[in-house]
Design a protein around this ligand. Structure first.
Ligand SMILES: Cc1cc2nc3c(=O)[nH]c(=O)nc-3n(C[C@H](O)[C@H](O)[C@H](O)COP(=O)(O)OP(=O)(O)OC[C@H]3O[C@@H](n4cnc5c(N)ncnc54)[C@H](O)[C@@H]3O)c2cc1C
Length: 376
């Protein structure tokens, strides 16, 4: 019987555990190694920021993977050896027959000098702790800034500033709060193409949110962010730090130039029986940009990797990753725009951003519930 080890119990790891349930039913061992006790979707952080939901009501304990016949090992991965096929944690040294690496990408604020002065928008605990301070603001300049690349969920910073606009309007203080969004990129959502960027930037403009592209952050000072050229004063800075692959992945030799680069169709790495999915991988699109880091892709890739493992075990037909993905950008007023497209299309990605609707807003909530119910 084979032992399949899944590293990470986030979007990709949980989707893999669920998809591998036929292997568990056939008597193979499926182990999910995850150091956190609970799972929640990243999108919840923005609802916590806006004060419309808490983390607890969207969190589920990792033990839930047992529904799929998998075992949760609550531990930290400290070494991966793809040559001897072993994974070391603080408590054990696991041999695997198949490995799925789904360890995600880590926000690394320390790569930007002074970034600790800002509130890390991607740190759930920090958002939870400081949301009230932002929500209760009486006036001043609030900046939402992308401090470096790459970062996961490219629309999330814009969604955050749109939700804050909505909140400040409801509180009757919007005329006293100036909202600014800045990015080092030349446009808001380069992966969505010129039309997609125009749609997002039109939403920002319609709400009176200033958008500043090409703002490359050099350092953050208390009350000021310094760019390669110029700077911006702030009263509150909500920052998206640059992301990097976890150190344990870099040290394993699985990564090249910082990220794992598996076959985009099968998610197989250059090492036998080792697959990698989600934010820890970098897959180039036809326009040379990397595929955005998003949960929908982690989930789809995990299903593909699982299908190849099941196929090897004589338990089904393999499928390939086609690069289709979608997400929802909330714009306030209980509306959301849907970004959807074929990101790996040749000769260029084909992505559309729809007009915001209440139905898409409801779809986003259903998206969260479905994943929690399906996985845990
Ligand atoms: C604010 C925000 C909003 C978002 N909104 C959306 C959205 O609407 N739609 C969408 O598709 N995506 C969204 N995302 C992006 C999405 O959350 C990520 O792309 C997705 O989680 C990636 O899945 P993953 O499995 O690759 O990584 P993760 O989900 O990050 O999982 C990696 C797991 O590995 C664990 N881990 C890491 N290192 C170790 C170690 N050494 N030992 C043990 N465990 C370890 C981590 O604890 C983590 O649980 C959003 C993200 C944020 C921050």
């Amino acid at each position: 019987m084979a032992r399949i080890v899944v590293l990470g119990g986030g979007f990709g790891g949980l989707a893999a555990a669920e998809a591998l349930s036929p292997a568990a039913r056939a008597g193979h061992e499926v182990v999910v190694v995850e150091r956190r006790e609970t799972f929640f979707l990243g999108l919840r952080k923005l609802w916590v920021l806006a004060g419309t939901a808490d983390l607890a009501s969207g969190s589920r304990p990792l033990q839930g993977v047992s529904r799929h016949g998998a075992r949760w090992l609550a531990d930290e991965v400290i070494a991966i050896d793809p040559v001897t096929r072993r994974v070391r944690t603080h408590t054990t040294n696991l041999h695997y027959d198949y490995l799925v690496v789904a360890l995600g990408a880590q926000p690394r604020p320390e790569l930007v000098p002074g970034a600790e002065a800002a509130m890390n928008l991607y740190d759930a605990q920090e958002v939870d702790r400081r949301a009230r301070e932002v929500q209760g603001l009486q006036g001043g300049r609030v900046a939402v800034g992308i401090l470096g690349l790459p970062y996961k969920c490219p629309p999330a910073p814009y969604e955050a500033v749109l939700l804050l606009d909505d909140l400040f309007r409801q509180r009757g203080v919007r005329d006293r709060v100036e909202l600014v969004a800045f990015t080092p990129q030349p446009s808001s959502l380069p992966a969505a193409g010129p039309a997609g960027c125009a749609a997002v930037e039109a939403q920002l403009a319609a709400k009176g949110i200033r958008f500043e592209p090409n703002r490359k952050t050099v350092r953050v000072e208390p009350g000021r962010v310094v760019f390669e050229s110029g700077g911006l004063d702030w009263d509150v800075l909500l920052a998206v730090p640059p992301h990097r692959a976890p150190q344990v992945v870099v040290e394993s030799g699985l990564a090249q130039d910082g990220w794992i680069r598996p076959d985009p169709r099968t998610l197989r790495t250059q090492h036998d029986h080792v697959f990698a999915v989600g934010d820890v991988v970098e897959i180039p699109m036809a326009n040379g940009m990397p595929l955005p880091k998003a949960g929908v892709f982690a989930e789809a890739q995990a299903r593909v990797a699982a299908s190849w493992i099941l196929h090897d075990l004589g338990l089904g037909q393999p499928v390939t990753f086609d690069g289709y993905g979608y997400c929802f950008i909330e714009v306030g007023g209980q509306k959301a725009a849907k970004v959807a497209g074929h990101f790996l299309e040749q000769p260029a990605p084909r992505v559309e951003v729809s007009e915001p609707t209440h139905d898409a807003w409801k779809e986003k909530r259903a998206f969260e519930r479905q994943r929690l119910d399906m996985w845990l």
